[in-house]
Design a protein around this ligand. Structure first.
Ligand code: HEM
Length: 417
């Protein structure tokens, strides 16, 4: 969906439904998009001036996530030919191709073939979190993002995939370019952005493909090695499929969890009573993480769906071929689904949020993200002595999709053991 937004021209809460996507993606509204999401829910389905559609009510978003008439396949969208010709990972494919590829990727990661994989990483993640916090001793100012929330998931996903941690600057640059490619960034030509992103995706894919290839015949316990050495009964990935999947896993594995940890700390510091509660009762931490996934979800919206046929939603016909954006973060605050939805309540019981999506594309890495979030937050809450926000709202990352602070400067009185 094309946008023409310009930073600094936000107008949250005003204007017509037809400009909502432009306003949601406007960087000026990044710190607080929630009034716009409320406006979207009032409209139900909002047709945009460029012919796309936005949906932000819980039941409708959830139904569309399960609807086979709604495609995730990038080939159904108008993009340049060379972009089409590059293999896309299973997040951008429909069943049955999606299911085949997801099953191959799942083989070394979860049930039925590797059911204990995430549990087995528990101690390792705890150790990584502990070391990062130990490294903060002697400091009275920290940037939660740079010092903790970014390095933690990067280290975890690198170990899981078998990517050398010291290559982080290379894949971080590719990853940022790739994310910009699917972001509706203001003032740039979408086709040009996609071409640049394509180049980053190709370079990253070649890098990961070579790493996997170097382990052929020498299994080393990581996922890249498993993809080439233990492909499973169906024969595993082709080389282009492996490259596309590895790119997806590396990006999804580190660009999302960073927001979960940072959004959690920001939310807890804005709600001191909730912070006190989870500090006194660490057993509430899993529920707290779920509540952040509802209240400040790291993935706010899914911008790449297409209607394969005319689809009626809430009395509106979304025509065949129309681009569709599903606003998970708006559904998560729908008063028709959640009681008192704008209240952050770590003890909330009925909390089937949309933070990990739903349906066949629901998050592949959710068990890992949950464990990482719970371990990270437990360690931070216990060990940061009197943390205080130095900037509120903080400076946000550009992306309206993967939304979270770029930096979160904190003052601390010390680090406890
Ligand atoms: C808090 C952290 C995370 C959040 C909020 C999150 C969110 C999501 C969401 C909303 C989707 C659905 C996309 C769609 O329907 O188009 C998704 C899919 C996916 N996620 Fe995550 N994710 C997180 C962490 C991870 C991690 C750690 C990994 C990898 C280990 C991962 C791998 C994936 C993959 C591969 C898909 C595509 C699934 C499919 O198409 O079948 N995610 N994630």
């Amino acid at each position: 969906m094309a946008t023409t937004d310009t930073p600094g021209t936000g107008s949250a809460g005003t204007g017509s439904a037809g400009t909502l996507y432009r306003r949601i993606t406007d960087y000026a509204n990044r710190a607080d998009p929630y009034p716009l999401y409320a406006e979207l829910r009032e409209h139900g389905v909002a047709r945009q001036d460029d012919g796309g559609y936005l949906v932000g009510t819980y039941h409708e978003v959830a139904a569309l996530l399960h609807d086979p008439r709604i495609s995730s396949d990038r080939r159904n969208r108008t993009v340049p030919d060379e972009v089409q010709s590059v293999p896309v990972a299973f997040i951008g494919r429909d069943d049955p191709e999606h299911e085949r590829l997801r099953n191959i990727a799942m083989r070394p990661f979860g049930p039925p073939h590797a059911p204990g994989r995430v549990d087995a990483m528990h101690d390792e993640i705890t150790a990584i979190a502990g070391e990062l916090i130990d490294g903060l001793r002697g400091r009275d100012r920290i940037d939660l993002v740079e010092d903790f929330a970014y390095p933690l998931p990067v280290t975890v996903i690198c170990r899981l995939l078998g990517v050398p941690r010291e290559d982080e600057p290379r894949f971080h640059a590719w990853s940022e370019t790739l994310i910009e490619g699917f972001d509706p960034t203001p003032g740039t030509d979408p086709a040009e952005r996609q071409r640049v992103a394509l180049q980053a995706r190709t370079e990253m894919g070649l890098y990961l493909g070579e790493l996997a290839e170097s382990r052929r015949g020498r299994p080393s316990g990581d996922m890249l090695s498993a993809f080439v050495n233990d492909p499973g009964p169906g024969g595993g990935f082709t080389t282009p499929e492996l490259m596309a999947t590895a790119v997806l896993l590396l990006i999804a594995g580190h660009e999302t969890t960073v927001n979960l940890v940072t959004n959690s700390v920001l939310t807890l510091l804005r709600h001191p009573e909730a912070l006190r509660l989870v500090r006194e009762r660490p057993e509430l931490m899993p529920g707290m993480v779920e509540e952040v996934l509802r209240y400040e979800p790291p993935v706010q919206l899914l911008p790449q769906r297409t209607a394969l046929t005319d689809v009626e939603v809430d009395g509106v016909t979304i025509p065949k071929g129309a681009p569709l954006v599903l606003v998970l973060a708006a559904g998560n605050r729908d008063p028709r689904r959640f009681r008192d939805p704008d209240r952050f309540d770590p003890t909330r019981q009925d909390n089937q949020h949309l933070g990990f999506g739903s349906g066949v594309h629901s998050c592949f890495g959710a068990p890992l993200a949950r464990v990482e979030g719970q371990i990270a937050l437990t360690a931070l809450v216990r060990r940061l002595d009197d943390p205080r926000l130095l900037q509120d709202p903080p400076v946000y990352r550009r992306s309206p999709i993967l939304r979270g602070p770029r930096h979160l400067p904190l003052a601390v009185s010390g680090i406890t053991d």
